[in-house]
Design a protein around this ligand. Structure first.
Ligand SMILES: [Zn+2]
Length: 255
């Protein structure tokens, strides 16, 4: 082989090697290849619209039906009072009674406007001017006026009765003459006409000091709100008292 041929072969080899090196440098790394492949450059098919979410079935609007279903199976409960909070200090009140003849097993005895706390519902503590939220029982009924003929236990308010706010008998209705303490709570007979007829609900029945006391369903006063109770007209209060039985539930929730 002539030296010129050797030089020519060497040059060709050099060109081949450098060419393949250049190619290798241009070859993307495997990750880059994968990325490039995964990103579609065009979308020939129209993007299908997402499947509509099924409508949730447990919205607050169904809470009331859920309560009716829950208590339909509970023989200790004959009536449900729904206090459907509508913002501000207003609510809608419904009284339902079990009735085998009626659709769903319940018939409506009363549907009316109601007032709740000045600051609405979701009571947390004494003095927050809120009505408690929840499903409550009734401890007793009472009033400045005499028993209207209720099936609930009922007492007529006397001058020495207080709903106590002292730590020692907090959230209990007491006779001051029997308790021998100063009693900073509500002097019941002073709350006319609100307490003409009342139901004492079992919010804070454990009597935790400061959690809230004297939560009643009572008659309207002169204001369009309460201090944390539920109020309806005296006529409606009388209808409630003469319709309900021990075991009645008072259910207070956002509408
Ligand atoms: Zn007291």
């Amino acid at each position: 082989m002539k030296s010129a041929e050797i030089v020519c072969i060497m040059i060709c080899l050099f060109l081949l090697l450098s060419g393949s090196a250049a190619l290798a440098a241009e070859t993307p790394a495997p990750e880059q290849v994968g990325l490039t492949v995964s990103v579609p450059t065009s979308s020939p098919e129209p993007t299908p619209s997402p499947t509509p979410e099924p409508t949730p079935t447990a919205e607050p609007a169904d809470k009331w039906e859920a309560l009716k279903m829950q208590y339909a199976a509970d023989d200790t409960v004959q009536e449900l009072i729904f206090v459907q909070y509508r913002g501000g200090s207003t609510a809608h009140l419904e009284l339902w009674q079990k009735d085998a003849e009626s659709e769903g097993g319940w018939k409506e005895l009363l549907s009316c406007r109601a007032h709740v706390g000045m600051n609405g519902i979701d009571k947390q503590r004494e003095g927050d001017k809120r009505t408690p939220t929840g499903d409550f029982g009734v401890l007793t009924a009472f009033g400045i006026k005499g028993d209207p003929g209720t099936a609930l236990p009922y007492f007529k308010v006397t001058r020495d009765m207080y709903c106590c706010a002292d730590e020692e008998c907090y959230n209990k209705i007491v006779r001051k003459s029997e308790m021998h303490h100063k009693c900073t709570g509500e002097h019941l007979i002073d709350f006319k006409p609100c307490y003409n007829y009342c139901m004492f609900i079992d919010y804070n029945a454990e009597c935790t000091y400061g959690k809230g006391s004297a939560i009643f369903v009572h008659c309207y006063g002169s204001k369009k709100y309460t201090g944390g109770c539920v109020a309806v007209t005296e006529k409606n209060m009388k209808t409630i008292l003469t319709s309900v039985h021990p075991g009645v539930r008072v259910c207070i929730y956002q509408q």
